[in-house]
Ligand binder design. Structure first.
Ligand code: SF4
Ligand code: SF4
Length: 435
């Protein structure tokens, strides 16, 4: 049996996949947190009262693993104030009052690059981060030196279709991105990994593969979490990324399809990452659709644009139902890596009460990395960090498959998240003790 053959079959509920995205007018105010990426927060470069245009730098990357942040509307900086993100972390945010004109920053032009270093420097300038949800700065990822590029077009979470829009409408940018990566990064082989449930997108990607002999189109089964990096690397190349290692350790680079298209768009236009296509769906949303909007748009404005709520909202998520993060307030903004906003009423949001574990083993059988979630939960309950270390709780990818299949409705994935925090603290103490 293959290592990564587990996972779960989910109802797709991708009712927005055929919908042409609606372009949202600029909101009254955008909120740009200096943390919209993994790594060091950016530093604000503007002051209250300053005029900015679309694409003006408002936050400068600090250090290597960080990302620039740019104004997504033209207008005036209203304030710079700390906000609390959905993760609970606090960071400064630049608030810009829009003048409604969407005037473009006059100093912007398409970058001229001749070398690999210049290409990576341009990507860094663009502020592009992993748009599939991870938010990892793209210039850092592209510098990995891997020779096999896997374009992640799986989009395996239910509801979300914003990548499908990229695949069906931005094929030219994906094709151009592939050429750029071949030219400047020495990429020898490109694999576009896509689930078989997207026939229109497959047809578009087949056009690219037909024209370029180094591009292979890999049609993948519809199994969640097909888009998780390690699962995708295995299904695309047959290579197993060992526990605690990254795809680059087996010579692969995984890049989300919208991230790749955004790199090409930046090289073509010089316009940094300032807007997004976001899927707005869930049973509480009156008019589910894909929306093109400025990054930093408050969530309340986005839901209003989609007709508001049809009934009481019990839960709002950034992202899909499996890996999404609960939104504590609709005053929070759309972030660079927000690919979906889902709103659910009480009936679909409240989970049934959990009962005793019946030792059926289903959670382990469906875990893509073959962990034992019931044992991890037990070790966490007992505060046994050494056992969590032995059970490799650190490699849990938060996919939620274990919670989904558990007949006793135990909140296994949520417990794993807490277990990982406990394990991290334990490892830190262990390291300090060894000094
Ligand atoms: S959330 Fe973690 S433990 Fe549960 S199935 Fe996914 S990887 Fe395995
Ligand atoms: S799936 Fe649920 S009931 Fe079955 S072993 Fe895992 S925790 Fe226990």
């Amino acid at each position: 049996m293959s290592f990564f053959l587990s996972g779960v079959h989910l109802p797709h509920r991708k009712r927005t996949e055929k919908c042409e995205p609606a372009e949202m007018p600029p909101p009254k105010t955008v909120i740009l947190p200096m943390t919209m990426h993994i790594g060091t927060p950016a530093r604000p470069t503007v002051k209250k009262g300053e005029r900015v245009c679309v694409g003006t730098l408002v936050g400068e990357a600090q250090g290597e693993v960080s990302a620039n942040i740019h104004a997504s509307v033209s207008g005036t900086v209203a304030k710079i104030e700390d906000i609390t993100l959905a993760s609970g972390a606090k960071c400064p945010a630049v608030f810009i009052d829009s003048d409604g004109l969407m005037e473009k920053e006059p100093s912007l032009s398409a970058p001229e690059v001749k070398t690999s270093e210049e290409f990576l420097a341009a990507v860094k300038k663009s502020g592009i981060v992993g748009l599939g949800g991870a938010g990892f700065p793209t210039h850092v990822k592209l510098a990995s030196g891997a020779r096999t590029l896997i374009i992640n077009a799986a989009e395996c979470e239910p509801y979300i279709t914003s990548d499908t829009y990229t695949l069906t409408h931005r094929g030219a940018d994906i094709e151009s991105a592939v050429s750029l990566f071949q030219k400047f990064l020495g990429v020898e082989k490109v694999i576009i990994g896509i689930e078989k449930n997207k026939p229109d997108a497959i047809a578009k990607m087949r056009e690219i593969a037909t024209k370029n002999e180094d591009v292979e189109l890999k049609i993948l089964p519809e199994v969640y979490p097909q888009g998780a990096e390690k699962v995708l690397v295995y299904h695309a190349t047959g290579k197993v990324v060992p526990a605690g290692k990254l795809p680059q350790d087996v010579g692969a680079l995984v890049l989300n399809c919208t991230t790749a298209a955004s790199v090409a768009e930046y090289m073509r236009t010089g316009m940094p990452l300032v807007k997004k296509c976001v899927t707005v769906d869930g049973d509480a949303v009156k008019s589910p659709q894909n929306v093109l909007l400025p990054i930093g748009t408050p969530l309340s404005d986005v839901f209003d644009f989609c007709g508001g709520f049809s009934h009481g909202v019990h839960k709002v998520l950034y992202g899909g139902p499996m890996m999404g993060v609960a939104v504590p307030s609709l005053s929070l903004p759309v972030l660079k890596n927000t690919n979906a906003l889902l709103a659910f009423g009480k009936e679909s949001a409240v989970r049934p009460r959990s009962t005793q574990c019946i030792r059926c083993g289903l959670c382990m059988a469906h875990c893509p990395v073959r962990l034992a979630p019931f044992n991890i939960a037990k070790a966490y309950k007992n505060g046994n960090a050494e056992m969590l270390f032995r059970l490799r709780a650190d490699i849990c990818m938060d996919c939620g498959c274990c919670t989904y299949v558990c007949p006793a409705k135990r909140p296994l994935a949520e417990t794993n998240k807490m277990a990982k925090i406990l394990l991290r603290e334990y490892m830190k103490t262990r390291k300090e003790g060894a000094k």
